[in-house]
Design a protein around this ligand. Structure first.
Ligand SMILES: [Zn+2]
Length: 365
C-alpha cells in the first residue's frame, strides 16, 4: 500500500488538509466489559501549525464547556486556517455518565495526571488521556465550572509566569486572570510541565449550559486560535484585564440563611457588606464584610449555611480604584456584561439593611 502524502492520522481517522472528522479514543472498559471511549472532533487547517486541545467535563458534572465545544462543532462560521484542533466535549466519560465530578472509585481525575500504567483506575485513565491526547498537543484549553452549589464569574487560571500560558490566558479575553500553577496532578499543571502550556477557564455552575458563560468560552477559544495564527480575523478582547494573585473565601461565622448583597463578577470595596445572616424568620445575626477591595469570582448558590461554610470568593485588588476600574471594563464588554447580568439574575441579591448587625470581618490574611 502506498502512503498518501500529507494525510494526518488521529485516533483512527485520516485527515487531509482542511478536513474535519468525528472519531473516538478508547480509554477504559466498563463494569460490564464494554469499551468506553471519548468522542473527539478533529479539525485540521489547510496548512501546518500548532496542535491545540480543547477539553471539557474533566469533572463530569461541569457542562458549560461541553456546551461551548458543541456550539463550535455546530457552527460553520469559523474556519481553521492552519494547525489542528482536538475538541473533546467530555474528557471524563465515567463521571459524566453519573452527573458527577468524580470517578466511580471516588477519585478526582484532575488530581491523577500524568497517570500510571499499573496504578488505580483513575491513574490508568489519566495515563491514556495524557499520552494519547495531551502530549500530542502544543497548547491546551481546559474548561471548567465552579464546584457543586457554587457559581463562578468567567475567569482564566494559569501559571502567568510561564510566557506561553500568559499569552494564551491574555488572548482568551476574560477580564479576570488568576495566577496559579494548579494543584499537583491537575491537567493544566502536568500538561504545562510536559511541554504543552495549558490554561483553565472557570465559569458558571455544574449541571447546566449557561448561554452567557458558554458565549465567553467560545469567544475565548476562537481568540486563542487567532492568537496562535490558526485562524484569520481580529480577536474580540475587552479593553483591559486584571491579574489576581490572591483570592479568599469569606466564610459564614453563624449558621442560618444568607441574604446575599453581591453577585458574581461584582466589584467590591473594602468594608462593603457581602451577605447578612439571619434566622429563618428574618432576625439578623451578623453580616459579612469584605476585608479588602476586589472582585467576586465565586459564590455559593445555596443560601443556607453553617459556621465555616464558604459564602463568597473575592479576588484581591490593590485598592477601591482598581475595583471601580474593573466594574467599568465589565460594563464595556458585551460578552462579560451579559454574563454579569445573567449570573446575577440567578441569585437573589438584596441591599443590606440600614441598621448594622454584628460585623463579621474575617482577618485580612
Ligand atoms: Zn472542574
Amino acid at each position: 500500500m502506498t502512503e498518501t502524502p500529507n494525510i494526518a492520522h488521529w485516533f483512527g481517522a485520516d485527515l487531509a488538509p482542511g478536513e474535519s472528522a468525528n472519531t473516538e479514543l478508547q480509554v477504559t472498559e466498563s463494569y460490564s466489559g464494554r469499551n468506553i471511549s471519548i468522542p473527539i472532533r478533529v479539525c485540521r487547517g489547510l496548512t501546518d501549525g500548532p496542535t491545540v486541545f480543547v477539553t471539557a467535563a474533566l469533572h463530569g458534572d461541569e457542562l458549560n464547556g461541553t456546551g461551548a465545544i458543541r456550539m463550535l462543532i455546530d457552527n460553520d462560521d469559523w474556519k481553521l486556517q492552519s494547525g489542528t484542533v482536538l475538541m473533546i466535549p467530555v474528557l471524563n466519560p465515567l463521571g459524566f455518565e453519573q452527573h458527577s465530578r468524580y470517578l466511580p472509585d471516588r477519585r478526582d481525575l484532575n488530581r491523577c495526571f500524568p497517570g500510571t500504567v499499573s496504578g488505580s483506575m483513575a491513574s490508568r485513565l489519566a495515563k491514556v488521556i495524557f499520552d494519547s491526547v495531551i502530549t500530542q498537543c502544543d497548547f491546551g484549553i481546559d474548561l471548567h465550572t465552579a464546584a457543586v452549589r457554587r457559581t463562578n464569574f468567567p475567569n482564566v487560571r494559569a501559571n502567568l509566569e510561564h510566557p506561553d500560558c500568559l499569552r494564551l490566558a491574555t488572548a482568551f479575553g476574560c477580564g479576570i486572570l488568576l495566577h496559579g500553577n494548579g494543584p499537583k496532578g491537575s491537567l493544566r499543571l502536568e500538561a504545562t510541565k510536559a511541554g504543552c502550556p495549558t490554561i483553565v477557564v472557570e465559569g458558571g455552575e455544574v449541571w447546566k449550559v449557561e448561554s452567557s458563560v458558554a458565549e465567553c468560552m467560545t469567544r475565548g477559544i476562537l481568540n486563542v486560535f487567532k492568537e496562535l495564527g490558526m485562524m484569520d480575523g481580529e480577536q474580540d478582547l475587552p479593553d483591559s484585564q486584571v491579574t489576581l494573585r490572591e483570592t479568599k473565601w469569606l466564610r459564614a461565622e453563624r449558621g442560618g440563611f444568607m441574604s446575599l448583597h453581591v453577585a458574581p463578577g461584582d466589584s467590591v470595596e473594602k468594608g462593603q457588606a457581602i451577605a447578612t445572616n439571619s434566622s429563618l424568620l428574618g432576625e439578623e445575626k451578623g453580616r459579612l464584610v469584605t476585608p479588602f477591595s476586589g472582585i467576586v469570582i465565586g459564590m455559593t448558590t445555596l443560601p443556607a449555611v453553617q459556621p465555616g461554610e464558604p459564602v463568597v470568593q473575592i479576588g484581591r485588588l490593590a485598592d477601591p480604584k482598581s475595583a471601580r476600574r474593573h466594574a467599568k471594563q465589565v460594563a464595556g464588554d458585551d460578552v462579560q456584561r451579559t454574563a454579569h447580568e445573567h449570573l446575577a439574575t440567578n441569585i437573589h441579591v438584596t441591599e443590606p439593611s440600614e441598621e448594622e448587625p454584628n460585623k463579621q470581618e474575617p482577618p485580612a490574611k
